[in-house]
Every structure is written in structure tokens, then in C-alpha cells.
Ligand binder design. Sequence first.
Ligand code: 5RP
Length: 225
Amino acid sequence: MAHENDKRLAAEAAVAEIAEGMRVGLGTGSTAAFAIEALARRVAEGLKVEAVATSDATAAAAFAGGIVVRDFADFATLDVAIDGADEIDGDLRAIKGAGGAMLREKAVAAAARRFVVIADGSKRVERIGAAPVPVEVLPFARASVLARLEALGAAVTVRPGYETDNGNLVADCRFADLSDPHALAARIAAIPGALGHGLFLDEVDTAYIAAEGIVTRLERDRSSR
Ligand code: 5RP
């Protein structure tokens, strides 16, 4: 229950950043759902925004909340995207995709001028890597993709009975060694038939993390890059 309150607080802090006329990417999951609720309240008060959704569930929730939902296929850029995470560390490296939406989430994050993660304190880790890295797998290439993921050192579990909104499989990959996540991300991305993965290493600009009712804002220093 405490986590639910912290999710709500983090979500409300991020939604407070949204200004009139913005084009907003909406993430997927239970924390993102609080952001949708908070944005719906602001829209009911008169805020005008256009949103794109990272999943069918998010599109339905946003629409039900009275938010104008557009087709992301028509948007080259967005002002901001707000989304949850499964793990996030102090360098704002995240693992996402427990909800299976990481492919669309990454496309939306990449289009956004600012990508904001919202999370309760249980998601804050010293170093990412305890959570499995979800990989979206083209069913046509299932066995060969799984074999290549295993060759990278992953213990792989295909989510049973699960299909992404794109009609693909999700392989949850547990890596014993995530000491070089950028190298691992490049290797996963190079597998033909691996369509996307949940390592978000450079995307996050800001994180609002709420623990025991206190919201902390973390900001990536882009000047040193
Ligand atoms: C969905 C995601 C979610 O943002 C992530 O799994 C966090 O979900 P929750 O807020 O329910 O803990 O990446 O693909």
C-alpha cells in the first residue's frame, strides 16, 4: 500500500511538468497508470495536450480519462514521455519491460525531448541487473534468437501464453554478469529477430522516485556527454 502511495506521488510530480500544448508519451504499468490519472485530472481542469500511448492498455486508460490520444506513427518528436521502470540506478540506467511494452516504450522515449521515469523506492538499486532483461522476440525466429541469448550468458524464460501488442514473444533473460550493460545491449540489439530489449541505459533524463512519501528528483548531467 505504501508503494502505491509512492507511485502516485512520483507520477504526480512528473505530470506537474506537463505544460499547455505539449505532446506527451504515456508509459505502461501500474506507476504509469497513476500518471494517466493525474494527467486526466489536469485535462479535466482545462489543460490541452496530445498524448501517444506505449500500449493498448495505456491508450484505453488515457482515452477513458478524457485525454486526447493520437497515433504515435504520425509523430516524429514528443515534448516529454513519462514511464515506469523495474529497476533504476543512480546513473539513471534502467531496466524496463516487466509489462512487456519495452519496444514501444523505447521508441516513444527516443522521440521525446525529455524522458522521465517515475518509480517507488523499491525500484531504486545500486546497480541494475537483478531484474531480468526482457527481450521482444519475433516468433518466426524464436529458437535461433533464444539460442543466441543463451550464448550471451542468459538464463532465458519465454513468458508463457504471452503476446506483446506487436504480436511477438517476450524472453526474460537473467544475466549473471551485467558489468558492461552497454556491450550487452549492443549484442542483444545485433541478434536478428530480437526486436527490442528492456535495457534503457542512456534514455532517462529525469527520475522521480518516491520513498515513504518523499519524492526525490534525479537529473542526468548531459553536459559531460
Ligand atoms: C512496462 C514497463 C513498466 O513501466 C515497468 O514494468 C514498471 O511497471 P510498474 O510501474 O507496474 O511497476 O516497463 O513494459
